[in-house]
Design a protein around this ligand. Structure first.
Ligand SMILES: NC(=O)c1ccc[n+]([C@@H]2O[C@H](COP(=O)([O-])OP(=O)(O)OC[C@H]3O[C@@H](n4cnc5c(N)ncnc54)[C@H](O)[C@@H]3O)[C@@H](O)[C@H]2O)c1
Length: 280
């Protein structure tokens, strides 16, 4: 169902690779809600992904940009404003990649060049996006910027590896830049801490299946699907959230507030009984 929440609003959506991408769902919903926007991804991902299909479905121009390159970002913001006919109202940062995770390097044996790449792609790129938008005066007053995060920013999930530091930095950039952009243009900056979600980036984490099910059993509402994350983005991009800024909002079915659930207790109980030979 559409509420026309983004009627007349213009934006940029980073990170739609394929139908599973969270950014893909955000783009479809933003289109439904009446927004006009450009889609962007790293040139190499655009060659492999299906972003053209999405561009057609949303009537959205596609502009390639490596989010670690300030030059690419400046071009992206300028061309987006030209294509959409003015300043922007919203931006989604939906970008994450760790070479250490991809190449199975253990957290206690990190390759430091790759570690820097993780931080640059997954966290500093957010600062670069915001700084570019501010310097080019690309955002309308009361605009809204959202980046996607994960609870490993606050708590340890061993296999999340160096992405944990990237997410902690990303959330901190949201707060720090939120102050300055708020003062300057009333632009709001928030991060959404999303449940484990089956996507290319998500499934790349070692043991993803197990912690997907663990989180699902821990959360009273179950894991939040990507569609619900898109719904929260619509709220944050809309005028309904005008006074919400510098926040990290959990879209996680309640996971972050639960110590342990009955389902997890039962599963552990069964395992312990089986180990003690009380059950076949
Ligand atoms: N999937 C999950 O379980 C989960 C949970 C919480 C948060 N997130 C976060 O959601 C965001 C989106 O990830 P996703 O799960 O939709 O996976 P995805 O793989 O579909 O999206 C990640 C995107 O980052 C893009 N990207 C990588 N390097 C880039 C660069 N240099 N410049 C521009 N773009 C680049 C990729 O091309 C891809 O489109 C990420 O920040 C991820 O960490 C994911």
């Amino acid at each position: 169902m559409s509420y026309g929440l983004l009627k007349g609003k213009k934006g940029i959506i980073f990170g739609a690779l394929d139908e599973q991408s969270i950014a893909w769902k955000v783009a479809l919903k933003a289109h439904e809600e009446g927004a006009r926007f450009t889609l962007t991804n790293a040139p190499v991902a655009m060659r492999m992904g299906k972003i053209k299909e999405l561009g057609q479905a949303c009537d959205a121009p596609i502009i390639g940009a490596d989010a670690t390159s300030v030059e690419d970002l400046e071009k992206l913001f300028r061309e987006s404003m030209d294509a959409l006919g003015g300043k922007l109202d919203f931006v989604l940062h939906s970008i994450g990649m760790s070479p250490n995770v991809r190449k199975d390097r253990h957290y206690t044996d990190l390759n430091y060049d790759w570690y820097l790449k993780t931080l640059d792609i997954s966290a500093l790129s957010f600062h670069k996006v915001l700084q570019t938008a501010l310097k080019l005066d690309a955002m309308n007053d009361w605009g809204s910027v959202v980046a996607l995060s994960y609870i490993a920013a606050q708590r340890t999930f061993p296999s999340y590896n160096d992405m944990a530091e990237a997410k902690a930095t990303l959330e901190s950039i949201g707060r720090s830049f939120g102050y300055h952009f708020g003062k300057r243009n009333k632009v709001r900056i928030n991060t959404i801490s999303q449940s484990p979600t089956v996507t290319t980036a998500g499934s790349g984490i070692e043991g993803f299946d197990v912690f997907f099910h663990f989180a699902d059993k821990m959360s009273p509402l179950g894991n939040a699907p990507a569609d619900d994350c898109a719904g929260l983005c619509m709220f944050l991009f809309s005028d309904l959230s005008r006074s919400v800024t510098m926040q990290n909002l959990y879209n996680d079915g309640g996971f972050s507030s639960v110590g342990v659930s009955e389902e997890i207790m039962e599963m552990l109980g069964e395992t312990m009984k089986a180990k003690a030979g009380l059950q076949p």
